[in-house]
Design a protein around this ligand. Structure first.
Ligand code: AMP
Length: 115
């Protein structure tokens, strides 16, 4: 267990159930428990980076991998033509779980700017 263990750490270790839609050596993707759109999947690195602001140069490839995984999941779910990827970094930006995650949202018209 790492210093910044979260519910997502428990999901990675299989201690909490999740509806996993994709996984590989570096990341897993599962359905958000409180979806804000018909498709709402979270892509998270297995490495417990607390938030995007704490990622460093050493995470350059991993961050790219997460983006590609997000696009792959959207495609796999039938939403490759229109989806949104959101990262909340910091509590005031809406982050509630301090294990980096990409929200992948699709299936309805998405307004801009987000709230
Ligand atoms: P954020 O507010 O950006 O930190 O996003 C955290 C997301 O995690 C929220 O959209 C929650 O609905 C979601 N969430 C919290 N607990 C779980 C869980 N056990 N399984 C799936 N999603 C979760």
């Amino acid at each position: 267990m790492s210093d910044n263990d979260t519910i997502f750490g428990k999901i990675i270790r299989g201690e909490l159930p999740a509806d996993i839609v994709y996984e590989d050596e570096y990341c897993i993707a599962f359905r958000d428990i409180n979806p804000v759109a018909p498709m709402h999947v979270l892509v998270i690195p297995r490495e417990p980076i607390a938030r995007l602001a704490e990622a460093g140069e050493e995470h350059r490839e991993l961050l790219g991998h997460l983006m590609l995984a997000a696009a792959r999941v959207a495609e796999q779910e039938g939403h490759g033509d229109a989806f949104r990827v959101v990262v909340n970094s910091g509590a005031r930006a809406g982050q509630t779980v301090f294990h980096l995650h990409l929200h992948v949202i699709a299936g309805r018209t998405l307004s801009w700017p987000p709230g």
